[in-house]
Ligand binder design. Structure first.
Ligand code: ADE
Length: 237
């Protein structure tokens, strides 16, 4: 049986999800609030982790190890790097990295530490499902590389560095750490982001203006995916 974790980082990223889910029970655990619901016959656990790699690691681990979730979908906003990504556009992560993980002093590439890997790949089945949903909705969803770090990027030279090191299409502050948790615990995961800014000098203003509307775009898409996953016609149970 599926028990699906749906995560965001900020309250605005999960508010539209809770609205669609409607009824839920609230549980506090490890300094965070978890919303448990039965949605169309399938158990869901929804939470916003708070911003950054540490909080998102804690939340993803809790959803899997404490609440027993066996699939994880992340919904939220990102800064666009690839010039083809405009405000409100959706990007599905094919693989994710930690752009600020740096032991290059010892000859390792950026994003690498012994025992880990520069990139963690998202679940191919969930990515395929997102293509089906996009097609049905007549929406364009770009696939690409997402780079994660504990930094709100608003600077061209940092963007350039992230492109050079990871060929990333978008950046944010949680996906790469959630990916590491899910990969280690063998839980299929999917990271979706809608663009709120382009990580340049105007990024904070753009973020303030578009974060909420982009969060809704991402959340509504993720819930369409959840509808498919919980559908009795679906065979990815
Ligand atoms: N999330 C949305 N925009 C971002 C940015 N510019 N940097 C990091 N995370 C983000």
């Amino acid at each position: 049986m599926n028990k699906i974790a749906i995560m965001g980082a900020m309250p605005e990223e999960i508010a539209p999800i809770l609205e669609i889910v409607g009824e839920y029970k609230t549980t506090e655990y490890a300094g965070n609030v978890y919303y448990e619901a039965n949605y169309k016959g399938t158990d869901l656990v929804v939470a916003h982790s708070k911003i950054g790699k540490v909080f998102s690691t804690l939340t993803a681990s809790s959803m899997i190890q404490h609440f027993g979730c066996n699939k994880l979908l992340f919904s939220g906003v990102a800064g666009g790097i690839n010039p083809s990504l405009k405000i409100g556009d959706l990007i599905v992560a094919t693989k994710l990295s930690q752009h600020d993980l740096d032991i290059t002093a010892f000859g390792h590439p950026m994003g690498f530490v012994p025992g880990g890997s520069v990139f963690v790949e998202a679940d191919k089945g969930l990515i395929a499902l997102s293509k089906e949903v996009a097609q049905e909705l007549g929406k364009t969803v770009q696939e690409g590389i997402i780079a994660t770090g504990d930094q709100f990027v608003h600077n061209q030279s940092i963007k350039d560095e992230i492109v050079k090191n990871f060929n990333a299409d978008a950046l944010e502050m949680e996906g790469g750490s959630v990916a590491v948790v899910c990969d280690a615990l063998n839980v299929p995961f999917f990271i979706l982001r809608a663009i709120s800014d382009t990580a340049d000098t105007d990024a904070s203003f753009s973020f303030d203006e578009f974060m909420e509307s982009s969060a809704v775009i991402s959340a509504e898409f993720v819930m369409k995916m959840v509808d498919k996953i919980v559908s009795p016609l679906n065979n990815t149970k």
